[in-house]
Write a protein that binds this ligand. Structure first.
Ligand SMILES: [Zn+2]
Length: 464
C-alpha cells in the first residue's frame, strides 16, 4: 500500500508534476508507473489517480498533500501575529488552494449554463461548485478552521455553491454558501469564517489594476451583474447592507491606490440599502473620491434581479452611468418615479440619501452645482410633460445657511409659479446645517423629525 501513495507539497505541485491536462470533468496525466500520458484524476476526487492502460499497466495511486511538521515556510511568529497557529496556517493555505482549484477547474451544471443571469466567465473567479465532489469533502478540508464539523451535516452539505472571500494575504477569510441543489433552502445564503484570526474580511474585492470604474454593491451577485454587462468594471461587494464599516476603513487604508478610480454605489432599493449607500457615499466624500449613485427603474430593487428580468435595459443603464463619468462632472443624484408622491429637493447626494434611508420611496433631486434653479426648472418642465407632478409634494431641504436660504427662496418661487405643492424642511431647534449631518449624528431623532413632517409609508422590507 505504501508503495502506491504519492505525496506532494500542494495541489498545484501535484498537477504540474503529473503533467495534468484539463479534460472537463477529469485531468489526463502522466502515469507515475508507465510514464504514458494515459492516467486520469477526476477533478472531484483529487486523492486518486488511475492508469487507463488496463491490460499493460492499470496502476492506481493514492495522492496526498504533505503534512510535514518541520515546514520551514511557516514562521510561527508571523502566523501568531495574524492570530493563527502554524497548523491552522497550513490548513488555511491548503483550503485556499483547494478553492482555487474548484473555482478554475471544475465543470458545473449550475454555473456552466449561466447562474442568475451570470455567465461562467463572470462567475469563474468567484463561485465554486462542490456538487459533484460533495460539499462534505470541502468541509473536511477546512477541518480545524471551522468551529464545528459540518461534513456530516445534511442541511449544510446541500449548499454546493461556495464563494470564498480572499483576505489581504491572498488566503480565504470567509466563505458564502448557497444551494443550487435545493433552491428552496432557507436561509438562502450562509457565511462561515474560515480564517480564525480576528480580522477576517467580510467583503469581496476584485479590482484589476487597469479598471477605471468600481461598483460597490450590497451582495456578490449584484456586483457580478455589473461585471456581466461591463467586463472592465471593478467589483467590491458587501455581504449584506449592514457590513459597510470594514469596507470604509479598508477604503481609507487604500486611499492612494483608489485615488484616480470612479465609484458607482449600487445598493438595494430599500431602506437598508440606502443606509449603506449613505455611509459609503459619506466615506467616499470624506476622501474626495469621484462617485455616482446608481438608480433603478420602477419595479427593480437590486442589480441581479434587474439583470435577470431586463438585461438589455440594465446594460444600457450601466453604460449611461459610465458615459456620465467620462463626459461630465455632474454627479447629481436624481430619481423621481411616477409612483412617488413625495420629492425632496436638496443640495447633495448624501442629503438625498438621508431621506431615502428613512423612506425608500421618496423621490430625490440633488442639485450640486451652480445655477441650481435653472437645472431644477429644466427638470420640472421636462417631467411635467411626461408625468403628473401635481399629485406630488415637494420638500425643499437645502442647507440651513444664508446661501441655502436664498436658494430655497428661489426654488419655492419656482414651485409656486408652476402651481406645485411644497413644504420647506423645518430647521427649528435642529442644531445641524444639513439633513445628512443630522442623520449621521442622530438617526433616531432625524427619523422622528422627518416622520412628523411627512407621513412615512412604512413599506415591507424587500427580500431578495
Ligand atoms: Zn500506467
Amino acid at each position: 500500500m505504501s508503495k502506491n501513495r504519492l505525496t506532494y507539497q500542494s495541489i498545484t505541485d501535484m498537477l504540474a508534476d503529473l503533467n495534468a491536462q484539463d479534460r472537463g470533468r477529469y485531468f489526463i496525466c502522466t502515469c507515475p508507473e508507465c510514464q504514458e500520458q494515459e492516467a486520469f484524476i477526476y477533478k472531484n476526487n483529487l486523492n486518486f489517480i488511475q492508469c487507463n492502460r488496463e491490460n499493460s499497466c492499470g496502476e492506481r495511486f493514492l495522492l496526498q498533500i504533505a503534512e510535514k511538521n518541520e515546514d520551514y515556510t511557516y514562521q510561527e511568529e508571523i502566523e501568531q501575529k495574524k492570530g493563527l497557529t502554524v497548523g491552522q496556517a497550513k490548513q488555511l493555505n491548503q483550503f485556499t488552494e483547494l478553492m482555487h482549484h474548484f473555482l478554475h477547474h471544475i465543470q458545473s451544471d449550475a454555473l456552466d449554463n449561466g447562474y442568475r443571469g451570470l455567465s461562467r466567465d463572470t462567475t469563474t473567479p468567484f463561485i465554486a461548485d462542490f456538487r459533484d465532489a460533495g460539499v462534505s469533502f470541502m468541509f473536511e478540508y477546512a477541518g480545524d478552521l471551522l468551529p464545528k464539523d459540518y461534513s456530516t451535516n445534511y442541511w449544510m452539505c446541500q449548499r454546493n455553491l461556495v464563494a470564498p472571500i480572499f483576505g489581504e494575504d491572498g488566503r480565504v477569510d470567509r466563505i458564502l454558501l448557497r444551494s443550487s441543489i435545493n433552491p428552496a433552502i432557507q436561509p438562502k445564503e450562509l457565511q462561515l469564517i474560515v480564517n480564525p484570526s480576528n480580522k477576517a474580511r467580510d467583503f469581496f474585492v476584485d479590482v484589476p489594476e487597469k479598471v477605471q470604474t468600481i461598483v460597490i454593491s450590497e451582495a456578490l451577485l449584484d456586483g457580478l451583474s455589473f461585471r456581466e454587462v461591463d467586463k472592465e468594471i471593478g467589483v467590491i461587494a458587501l455581504t449584506g447592507s449592514r457590513k459597510y464599516r470594514n469596507l470604509c476603513s479598508y477604503l481609507k487604508e487604500q486611499a492612494s491606490e483608489y485615488q484616480d478610480r470612479k465609484f458607482l454605489i449600487a445598493m438595494d432599493d430599500d431602506v437598508a440599502g440606502y443606509k449603506a449607500a449613505l455611509e459609503v457615499a459619506h466615506c467616499l466624500e470624506g476622501m474626495d473620491m469621484d462617485y455616482q449613485l446608481f438608480s433603478y427603474p420602477e419595479a427593480q430593487k437590486d442589480a441581479n434581479a434587474f439583470l435577470v428580468e431586463n438585461p438589455k435595459r440594465f446594460e444600457r443603464d450601466v453604460q449611461l452611468f459610465q458615459q456620465r463619468f467620462l463626459s461630465s462632472d455632474d454627479r447629481s443624484y436624481m430619481d423621481v418615479k411616477k409612483e412617488m408622491k413625495q420629492i425632496v429637493i436638496c443640495h447633495s447626494n448624501v442629503d438625498a440619501l438621508a431621506f431615502r434611508s428613512v423612506d425608500a420611496n421618496i423621490g430625490v433631486m440633488a442639485i450640486q452645482h451652480q445655477g441650481k434653479d435653472k437645472e431644477i426648472e429644466g427638470r420640472l418642465n421636462r417631467w411635467m410633460k411626461s408625468r403628473d407632478m401635481f399629485n406630488k409634494t415637494f420638500l425643499v431641504a437645502l442647507p440651513n445657511t444664508a446661501e441655502g436660504q436664498t436658494e430655497a427662496n428661489i426654488v419655492v418661487d419656482l414651485l409656486q409659479k408652476n402651481g406645485l405643492k411644497y413644504q420647506a424642511f423645518d430647521y427649528t431647534n435642529v442644531p445641524y446645517i444639513t439633513p445628512s449631518e443630522f442623520v449621521l449624528t442622530d438617526r433616531k431623532a432625524f427619523e422622528r423629525h422627518v416622520s412628523l413632517q411627512y407621513p412615512i409609508t412604512k413599506k415591507k422590507p424587500y427580500e431578495r
